[in-house]
Design a protein around this ligand. Structure first.
Ligand code: NAD
Ligand code: DAU
Length: 368
């Protein structure tokens, strides 16, 4: 019998968003046991959780979510009553080169977790009481929006993704996430498994692997390496500080309606090239370089295949029903993020050695 009020598996807790979710839950709920299940792929890093690794309500288990026998055993060994599922292959560019890995982890891994939860919770024979399988998904499943008729609050177009927007994924990554969302809903509709899904926009903040736009470009600006802007830099993304996402996940896990979907976003759209110019300004200022010193690093390169033009999330359901609002202005979040990368050189050096160098060269050629 567990001494904890709840026993919650967080998958992918050693990754970027997962580590913020784990830290938030471990600090806030001392009566919950948080079991971080992570395979520690290139994107998983236990250094992300150094500050909480000794806490008595935190447990780490190195496991692949696709390994059904191990996952099934974890559910019974730890009397798991909740799952917050973040483990995934998450980078669009990698999915274009290696779609099989994305199908395996994102689709088969999700089914493995759903089935382990169903078997364990049904074996307890109490109609799934007080159980929840919460699946973390992305706005990319909705496809892409046009750039059109700007107005005040929506500078790049009037349309937004809502919870009712029809799925229309374009990349192997988003197709695999869409498929996993469908499986989660299928388990709810077929077996009555208590599930919730949230679909979030682009996250940024500390501990993000430097293959994604913001950490990659901060690192490159610092080192004077060119900044590969895909296409004309006109694509638009809706950015949210990662700790605001972690707080939204906590709120939805505790107060969301079972069987429902929630969109999470910052109402914070930026054209890539404008964001990149702002980032250059901030990093140069912090490094004591003259304004514009790193502008020459911008290098327009061949566009990403199937590059979605615009993402924009309508998160008013979450605001209206659960009173969630992002806490940080983007400029403040970006300052905080740049400060973190400048002050955590060891972390950057740790994750950019070894395999990263090979990835970088295959992806972008030389560092010039
Ligand atoms: P990430 O790539 O930083 O971390 C993924 C984590 O999953 C890593 O720790 C990795 O080791 C682990 N993992 C991968 N394969 C695994 C497997 N087979 N078994 C166990 N663990 C495995 O990803 P992230 O950016 O933190 O994203 C987390 C989740 O949030 C993903 O599901 C992603 O689709 C979703 N999401 C991300 C964003 C974003 O902007 N990053 C936005 C919306 C939704
Ligand atoms: O919208 C949510 C999604 O956001 C998450 O589901 C994904 O896991 C996450 O990776 C992110 O996907 P994006 O493809 O939007 O993020 P990325 O950081 O890869 O790219 C952001 C934008 O910047 C995109 O328009 C592509 C562009 N870009 C990216 C890189 C890495 C460049 O121009 N150059 C680059 O080198």
């Amino acid at each position: 019998m567990s001494n904890f009020k709840r026993n919650i598996i967080v998958t992918g807790g050693a990754g970027f968003i997962g580590s913020h979710v784990v830290r938030h839950l471990v600090n806030k709920y001392s009566d919950y046991r948080i079991i971080n299940v992570d395979a520690l792929t290139y994107a998983g890093n236990l250094a992300n959780l150094k500050d909480i690794e000794q806490y008595s309500n935190y447990t780490f288990v190195k496991a692949d979510i696709c390994d059904f026998d191990i996952i099934r055993r974890l559910f019974s060994d730890y009397s798991v009553d909740g799952v917050i599922h973040l483990a995934a292959e998450s980078h669009v560019d990698r999915s274009i080169k290696d779609p099989f890995t994305f199908a395996r982890t994102n689709v088969m891994g999700t089914i493995s977790l759903l089935e382990a939860a169903r078997q364990q919770w049904q074996s307890e024979g109490n109609s799934f009481n007080n159980k929840l399988f919460y699946h973390i998904s992305t706005d990319e499943v909705y496809g892409a929006l046009e750039l059109d008729s700007p107005d005040g609050d929506a500078p790049y177009g009037s349309e937004f993704f809502t919870e009712d927007t029809r799925y229309n994924p374009h990349s192997p990554y988003s197709a695999s996430k869409a498929s996993s969302d469908h499986f989660v809903r299928a388990y709810h509709d077929t077996y009555g498994l208590p599930t919730i899904i949230s679909n979030c926009s682009n996250n940024y903040g500390p501990y993000q692997f430097p293959e994604k736009l913001i950490p990659l470009f901060i690192n490159n600006i610092c080192k004077g390496i060119s900044l590969p802007v895909y296409g004309k830099g006109e694509n638009v993304r809706d950015w949210l500080f990662v700790e605001d996402h972690a707080k939204a996940i906590d709120l939805i896990f505790h107060e969301g309606r079972v069987g429902d979907t929630y969109n999470i976003g910052g109402f914070n759209e930026w054209k890539n090239i404008d964001l990149i110019k702002l980032l250059i300004k901030i990093v140069d200022r912090k490094l004591g370089r003259p304004d514009g010193a790193s502008d020459h690093l911008i290098k327009y390169v061949t566009d990403r295949a199937g590059h979605d033009l615009r993402y924009a999330i309508d998160s008013s359901k979450l605001a209206n029903e659960l009173s969630w609002h992002p806490s940080l202005q983007f400029e403040d979040g970006l300052e905080k993020t740049v400060n973190w990368y400048l002050n955590n050189n060891d972390w950057i050096e740790g994750v950019t050695s070894g395999e990263y160098r090979q990835y970088y060269t295959e992806m972008y050629g030389s560092e010039e």
